[in-house]
Design a protein. Structure first.
Length: 234
């Protein structure tokens, strides 16, 4: 079955509709400030990127976690979940693996996992502890705490590409499209991921940059592995 053409049409229509129709002028302006949410400022200049530490007592667990996270970075969530579960089986007290699994687990079980991850993270390096706490604040929809944790993360690990990706998401949610695009781009200084390309595409759609939207979403497709899957299906 040739599903490539319909999928291609769907993506093109979605990108063009978002870019051409966009949203009302008032939606493109920054939203009114939220009490306790001061926003997050980007570092003045990009520098050599550093990655927040990941602590576990098992090398095999770390390998499984890193492989899962790479899948996660490219929107391959279901495959990533298996890797996070494997990492936890190898090290049941692996805080970051618990946090990532909790982030992808809906309902009370996911919340319990995130709360356990925060508890396990006590005594870990500060950037790692903050990032785990950030995932819990995101699940709890605590915008004030989430903003504060992200600002502190930027101070502790200003060059970490995954932190910059979160800064982009935070700016996107505030409808600060140009700040979001810049953060996503900086996040790709070291690593190009499907998530970053996809997010840039959405932010540029809000700016009505049609050609850039189509380019970024095509790059996101390549990173996700969908392109290869489509070729195999023909």
């Amino acid at each position: 079955m040739d599903i490539g053409q319909p999928v291609g049409r769907l993506l093109a229509c979605g990108a063009l509709a978002a870019a051409l129709c966009g949203c009302p002028d008032e939606a493109r302006a920054p939203p009114p400030p939220v009490a306790g949410d001061a926003g997050v400022a980007l570092p003045a200049k990009p520098g050599p990127l550093r990655v927040v530490s990941v602590t576990t007592r098992s090398k095999e667990a770390l390998d499984a976690f890193n492989a899962a996270r790479k899948l996660d970075d490219n929107n391959r969530d279901n495959e990533a979940l298996e890797g996070y579960r494997e990492a936890l089986a190898l090290d049941p007290d692996f805080a970051f693996a618990e946090a990532m699994l909790g982030s992808h687990t809906p309902g009370p079980d996911g919340l319990r996992r995130l709360e356990r991850a925060v508890s396990l993270a006590k005594g870990l390096p500060e950037p790692e502890r903050l990032f785990i706490a950030y995932h819990l604040a995101t699940r709890q929809a605590d915008r004030s705490l989430r903003s504060d944790l992200l600002q502190r993360l930027l101070k502790e690990a200003p060059d970490d590409w995954r932190v910059l990706l979160e800064v982009g998401q935070h700016a996107y949610e505030q409808r600060k499209w140009s700040v979001a695009v810049e953060a996503y781009r900086r996040s790709m200084t070291a690593v190009h991921t499907c998530s970053a390309y996809n997010n840039i595409g959405y932010a540029q759609a809000m700016q009505r940059l049609v050609a850039e939207v189509v380019q970024r979403w095509c790059e996101a497709l390549r990173g996700s592995g969908i392109e290869a899957a489509l070729a195999r299906s023909r």
